[in-house]
Design a protein around this ligand. Structure first.
Ligand code: UDX
Ligand code: ADP
Length: 475
């Protein structure tokens, strides 16, 4: 049987998955040439930026890897045809958001970018090519890719194109992506062709031990990715549901999380209560799972997973209601400082961020928001909030927002501060200075349990903390 020697890789999609993943591959495989391609020229220009280096995504440790490998064995380009035609192995790392219209809208993933990539591979590739699914995809997508690729094989052509398709789902968590890629818990490779599986496995063996590389059939690999994300999201909805119970019973969610997490069967990770999970994967993957279950008439299973999303939405709405209710049931014409817009700390990604829906609720209630995030571009925040605007509201007269460049600027003359992302910077806030410029009574709502409550309370703030009713001290 033929062994595949991988000398050139092409990665389609230079986003949050493709960029960091290929930077780590390039770092550990100096003999492989890696071309990362994207249709978005601005993104590619940003990956190639020099002075100043202004990468399109913020990820701790990424800049060092880019500086080490870029233009040596790692290249960012818009030249799709050349990159595909030269590649022995092609990764598909394009976006797969939930469909917003048509069949399966709000449930199924939109696969138009995956399909476009498969068609481009079919058109430009030469000889044998290993195609690797990296994007989070619904189960059976590999079959679609295979069908598109095989329909391009012209039996009469001299050019003998052949393909094998692998599933190699990405488990990186944003903000910790480089570490996750360098020290993965496991690498999952699903496929049918042993030589192709080994070719990919050999790449990982440059830095991952063999016992962490799991080889499965393609459907198990695809389903494992959806299931892993569904389980992680389920833990967050579970702990968030208990946070509400803590607030009415006088228990403290941090103490409950610690107590249950010490049971080794439960474990301590992913038990931090917050404003609800965000990010590009959790909701999308659970929706995919639900869609799949409904398709196979497993309605009870679908309903079980639906509950995880329902609790997540409820948690976000609940927080908006709490803020309004503590501010005397009225936020109209009040200024509220929003600290954090990214869906979690250490990333500039805002996809499905709980901040978006909480801000929307408060704006619709008439508040004027002063939003600060240390890493999210101002234009991104504006776009996210414009996208979800309700056409029935006259935003000129109801509520609005402005983007600020510091905590101090956001807090100036505000009635309340709402902490929505757990940035390190928020742990070190000087509450004494802030309160001087704020209206009284001054509130802080900590939805991430990430600030110094004692200091805030001591200088006169009313503090509300998620899952901890005893934190409230009203002045
Ligand atoms: C997730 C998976 O962790 C990763 O394996 C997969 O490849 C992609 O999806 P990501 O979305 O980047 O990664 O971030 P993650 O750290 O999982 O956080 C997701 C959301 O859950 C964030 O909004 C985060 O704030 C929230 N979260 C996480 C909590 O509210 N509590 C926790 O204890 C952990
Ligand atoms: P992810 O989090 O999955 O990496 P992103 O949206 O950050 O998602 O990145 C996906 C990237 O894929 C985007 O930069 C987008 O422009 C790119 N892309 C989508 N379709 C194609 C395509 N057919 N060819 C090249 N790049 C594509």
């Amino acid at each position: 049987m033929k062994k595949y020697d991988i000398r050139k890789i092409c990665c389609i999609g230079a986003g949050y998955v493709g960029g960091p993943t290929m930077a780590v591959f390039a770092n550990y495989c100096p003999n492989i040439i890696i071309n990362v391609v994207d249709i978005n020229k601005k993104r590619i220009d940003d990956w190639n930026s020099i002075n100043p280096l202004k990468l399109p995504i913020f990820e701790p440790g990424l800049d060092k890897l880019i500086l080490r490998c870029r233009d040596k064995n790692l290249f960012f380009t818009t030249d799709l045809e050349k990159s595909i035609s030269e590649a022995d192995m092609i990764f598909i790392s394009v976006n797969t958001p939930t469909k917003t219209k048509g069949i399966g809208a709000g449930k199924a993933s939109d696969l138009k970018w995956v399909e476009a990539s498969a068609r481009q591979i079919a058109e430009f590739s030469k000889s044998h090519t290993i195609v690797v699914e990296k994007s989070t995809l619904p189960v059976k997508t590999a079959e679609t890719i295979k069908n598109i690729l095989s329909s391009s094989q012209d039996v009469n052509s001299k050019d003998k194109k052949t393909f094998s398709v692998l599933s190699n789902p990405e488990f990186l968590s944003e903000g910790n992506a480089i570490n996750d890629l360098q020290n993965p818990d496991r690498v999952l490779i699903g496929g049918e062709d042993e030589n192709s599986i080994n070719a990919l496995s050999n790449i990982y063996l440059n830095w991952v031990s063999e016992k962490k590389i799991l080889k499965t059939n393609i459907w198990s690999s695809e389903l494992s990715k959806l299931t892993a994300n569904a389980f992680l999201a389920q833990r967050i909805s579970s702990i968030n549901s208990i946070s509400a119970l803590c607030e009415v019973t006088g228990a403290d969610i941090k103490q409950v999380s610690k107590a249950i997490g010490m049971d080794t069967r439960i474990g301590q990770k992913f038990l931090t209560s917050g404003p609800g999970f965000g990010g590009s994967c959790f909701q999308k993957d659970i929706l995919n799972l639900i869609y799949l279950c409904n398709y196979y008439k497993l309605d009870e299973v679908a309903n079980y997973w639906k509950g995880v999303i329902e609790i997540n939405n409820w948690q976000k709405e609940r927080i908006s209601r709490i803020i309004v209710s503590y501010l005397f049931g009225n936020v109209s014409n009040k200024r509220i400082a929003i600290l954090g817009f990214a869906f979690k700390g250490n990333t500039n990604d805002t996809r499905q961020s709980p901040s978006i829906s909480i801000c929307k609720d408060l704006i619709e209630e008439g508040a004027h928001l002063a939003i600060y995030d240390p890493k999210v571009e101002h234009s991104r925040i504006n776009e996210d909030l414009k996208e979800i605007q309700n056409p029935n509201f006259d935003y000129q007269n109801i509520g609005n927002w402005e983007i600020c460049s510091s905590i101090k600027e956001a807090a100036f003359e505000s009635d309340a501060i709402v902490v929505l992302t757990e940035w390190d910077e928020f742990l070190h806030i000087n509450w004494q200075t802030l309160i001087k410029s704020m209206r009284k009574p001054s509130w802080v709502f900590d939805t991430r349990s990430c600030i110094n409550h004692d200091m805030a309370k001591n200088v006169g703030f009313n503090v509300w903390e998620i899952g901890n009713s005893s934190s409230i001290n009203k002045y």
